[in-house]
Design a binder for this molecule. Structure first.
Ligand SMILES: Cc1cc2nc3c(=O)[nH]c(=O)nc-3n(C[C@H](O)[C@H](O)[C@H](O)COP(=O)(O)OP(=O)(O)OC[C@H]3O[C@@H](n4cnc5c(N)ncnc54)[C@H](O)[C@@H]3O)c2cc1C
Length: 476
């Protein structure tokens, strides 16, 4: 059996690794990516000799899958952040992020006092019915705004959600971004009771909440690829995917000089738009459901500043209402002691919010200067000239899951039920967090493993898939 995995991000690589685990040495796996490197949004790099993460920075450890994988892949123990506070900029000052909330939504709104970034309005009494009808989905803002007031949404929930999705509380699906609250809101009649129930249903963290492989995020991608034993083909954009009587045919490369690859099964682990383009020829309804998903573009500016010039904090978040271009800052050496470099301070600044792309039209030098000016203004200090600057742009970076996303993806997958040798995986479908992407890759591999030929069966026995050998050709 030959499986083609399209997309060498964490989702595709996790699928490749799991396929090897499930099917053993008898499966051929080819991982294809249009870019020249593995990892997708996992990208460890260097600025002025200092290691930095230019994409995803860390992993939420509530799901142990990353720690388990890292140990299994020989990456050693994870590094953890220092227990330093983070702030939210509000009315010109940086205030502590209130503790004990669910993405900024407290069970008891009175805990939000004047020392924090936002005050809540008293919640109106609940009605006879639960907050949400069974299976209904709304935006996070639509649930919270009428119950706790605008300040809580604009100054607290919005920047916390924005730090993950670069999106706004009034646009993002409750079911995807705060699933425990979505479940509780279908049973409870007040927001405070729903938050209490959601928090009670969430297992308490017993150790550090976040971690990262000590060798960096890219190490996870390269180790997965190596352990999967897959053939990797980089600079290999897949332009067409077509079912054949025997399996699948992929068209790769430029229109002038295309190459072809046949496979018995395919994992499609690319973002929603390229996935929709590849699906549209044979599954237009599923393609339409997938292609609805929009993405936010962002840029990360890393500044290496001489001296110890940043406060002893892990960084800050900036609500859109504050008027800065920077939406989040990480003080890398403070937050991640294993990345601290002597004699310099590292600031990782994130710019770009959903539908606010104008700021990203600046050239790199301009963008870096804007980020530095915002940082200095927020800290209320002059900053030295950086000794190193890196601007990393991520066009179409972060999926903006609108209300109804979960149902749309369920419909898309149902629309592909007639193709049991095709599986979707990735952030465009199942969620943005790295553990979720890994699980999504695993689920895709499990779907294909379930229809793989039985290795114990005599050769030539019919199965879902094909006995045709994997074949790579160009210029057909
Ligand atoms: C700046 C940034 C910071 C983040 N920080 C965190 C964090 O700290 N923690 C966290 O959990 N998550 C974080 N995320 C989110 C997380 O990194 C992503 O959700 C996750 O890495 C997505 O993985 P993926 O494999 O689904 O997709 P991707 O990483 O997007 O991989 C998809 C791959 O498909 C390839 N591709 C696309 N089209 C084609 C085609 N036609 N043919 C061949 N290849 C194709 C692309 O080149 C890409 O390599 C962050 C994201 C960004 C952008």
């Amino acid at each position: 059996m030959h499986v083609a995995v399209v997309g060498a991000g964490i989702s595709g690589l996790s699928a490749a690794w799991r396929l090897r685990r499930r099917l053993g040495p008898g499966v051929d796996i080819t991982v294809l990516d249009q870019s020249g490197r593995l990892g997708g949004k996992l990208a460890t790099g260097e600025v002025a000799g200092v290691r930095v993460e230019q994409g995803a920075e860390s992993v939420l450890l509530r799901d142990p899958v990353v720690a388990e994988l890292a140990a299994e892949l020989g990456l050693g123990a994870l590094a953890h952040p220092a227990p330093l506070p983070a702030g939210i900029v509000a009315a010109g000052a940086t205030r502590p992020v209130p503790r004990g909330t669910l993405l900024g939504i407290p069970a008891d709104p009175s805990i939000l006092d004047s020392s924090g970034p936002a005050r809540a309005t008293p919640e109106p009494p609940g009605g006879p019915d639960p907050l949400l009808a069974p299976g209904a989905d709304v935006s996070v803002g639509a649930l919270v705004r009428p119950r706790y007031g605008d300040e809580v949404v604009d100054r607290l929930v919005d920047p916390l959600l924005g730090g993950v999705y670069a999106g706004r509380a009034d646009d993002l699906s409750l079911a995807v971004t705060v699933p425990a609250l979505h479940a509780a809101a279908q049973r409870e009649t007040t927001l405070s009771a729903a938050v209490r129930a959601a928090q009670a249903a969430t297992p308490k963290a017993t150790g550090p909440m976040f971690g990262v492989p000590a060798a960096g995020m890219s190490a996870l991608a390269t180790a997965l690829a190596a352990a999967s034993g897959a053939t990797t083909r980089l600079d290999a954009p897949v332009r067409e995917l077509a079912p054949t009587p025997a399996g699948w045919r992929l068209t790769i490369g430029s229109t002038r000089d295309p190459g072809y690859l046949t496979a018995d099964a395919v994992v499609l682990a690319v973002p929603a738009r390229p996935a929709a383009r590849l699906l549209t020829g044979f599954a237009p309804a599923a393609a339409a459901e997938v292609g609805v998903l929009d993405y936010a573009s962002i840029a990360l500016v890393t500044l290496v500043l001489p001296g110890d010039v940043l406060p002893a904090s892990s960084g800050f978040l900036v609500p859109a209402t504050e008027g800065y271009a920077v939406k989040a800052a990480t003080f890398v050496g403070h937050k991640w002691p294993h990345l601290a470099a002597p004699g310099v301070s590292l600031a990782r600044l994130s710019l770009g919010r959903y539908r606010e792309t104008r700021v990203l039209q600046r050239d790199d030098a301009d963008l870096a200067e804007l980020a530095r000016a915002d940082l200095a203004a927020i800290l209320g200090t002059r900053l030295p000239d950086p000794v190193g600057v890196r601007v990393q742009r991520w066009g179409g970076a972060l999926p903006q899951y609108g209300p109804g996303h979960v149902d749309r993806i369920a419909r898309a997958r149902a629309g592909l039920a007639g193709y049991p040798t095709l599986a979707l995986a990735g952030a465009g479908y199942d969620g943005v967090g790295i553990p979720v992407c890994i699980r999504s890759g695993f689920a895709a591999a499990d779907r294909l493993a379930a229809v793989a030929p039985d290795p114990a069966a005599p050769a030539g026995v019919a199965h879902a898939g094909t006995a045709e050998p994997a074949e790579i050709s160009t210029g057909e």
